[in-house]
Design a protein around this ligand. Sequence first.
Ligand SMILES: CC(C)(COP(=O)(O)OP(=O)(O)OC[C@H]1O[C@@H](n2cnc3c(N)ncnc32)[C@H](O)[C@@H]1OP(=O)(O)O)[C@@H](O)C(=O)NCCC(=O)NCCS
Length: 374
Amino acid sequence: MITCQAFGVDFLPSFSNCIAMLQTKIAGIGKYVPSNVVTNNDLLKYMDTSDEWIQERTGIKERRYADRTGETTTTMAVEASKIAIDRAGITPQDIDFIIFATLSPDYYFPGCGVLLQRAMKMKEIGALDVRNQCSGFVYAMSIGDQFIKTGMYKNILVTGSEKHSFGLDFSTRGRNISVIFGDGAGAVVLQPADPSTSAGKTQGILSTHLHSDGESAEILAMFNPGTHANHWTAERVADFNAAEAGDMFMSHAMIEKAQNFPIMDGPAVFKKAVVKFPEVIIEALTANGLQPSDINMLIPHQANLRIAQFVQQKLGLSNDQVYNNIDKYGNTTAASIPIALCEAWEQGKIKEGDLVCLAAFGSGFTWGSVLLRW
Ligand SMILES: CC(C)(COP(=O)(O)OP(=O)(O)OC[C@H]1O[C@@H](n2cnc3c(N)ncnc32)[C@H](O)[C@@H]1OP(=O)(O)O)[C@@H](O)C(=O)NCCC(=O)NCCS
């Protein structure tokens, strides 16, 4: 009899049989949000906006901003990861792979994964950075799932973290974006599931579904610093002196013209999001022979409460089947799903055996879902 070494179990010597045995579970989860609470009214000192406008259009009441010099995207991820690792009953030295999702990295390069590896004194393990913006955590989970399924790794740390407050246009010019985003981090430890602890059902990730459509890549983007040199846009989105070496990737002119901030066509994002969110959730359910009524908890990426409500209505889900916390944290991009998942679980709203769906949509566009049995 040949054994599948990944689990030390005996079964037939077929690679596909070995893969079929493996399922990825969330063994530990943690979150971290900075202590600094910024209300909608606090933003009035920077821009022309109102608490009423923000709440009505987005559902956001407040968000957290990291300490400007004391906290970074990586340090917040470290705090969330410590909790996730502790709850998984392991130590940082047990982690054998890091997947770090963020659009607001400490450095342009190297990525945050290696900074986290260093800060947590981990072994010389692989560290992968994922740049899929709002769907970054879903993409990261999908990658982690593949490595667990094949038996390649046994303890994968997946984290999503953002320090948006360091790179937003706080003038009235940037108000359609700046009021939406907040800072924070979430993390999970992925491990092979133990088939015997699944409350009679298959525990762990059932399937993941990833998509992209680059047709509208420029409607929610931060162009600079970049190497595009206005190649993709009819409009000049980066001003620089072409004759001067070194004045193209980042120039004084770009900063003077505020081209170093993110831009967004909000209504266009909204329109696409309300189609793709339900689509990718249904795709996950269909792949597993399930229906919306089977979902115990949907954790949508916290882009906008109106989007989440639209999705809920379209799928016919009750309030108890959807968890939202954008009112407290705003949109924390790659961190929003793990923060919301962690909070829902801490509040006892997710129990063993529950069917949980994670779904995200964002810049790119990229979108995806993860269906799992808790
Ligand atoms: C951004 C969003 C809230 C804007 O709401 P909207 O109803 O579409 O508003 P519009 O962009 O059409 O702007 C309407 C008016 O509000 C103004 N406005 C924009 N931001 C404002 C703010 N923070 N405060 C007050 N007024 C604001 C605009 O200037 C515009 O004024 P005008 O009519 O005088 O020109 C909405 O489009 C949205 O949520 N889109 C999805 C964004 C998203 O989810 N992004 C993340 C993806 S992961």
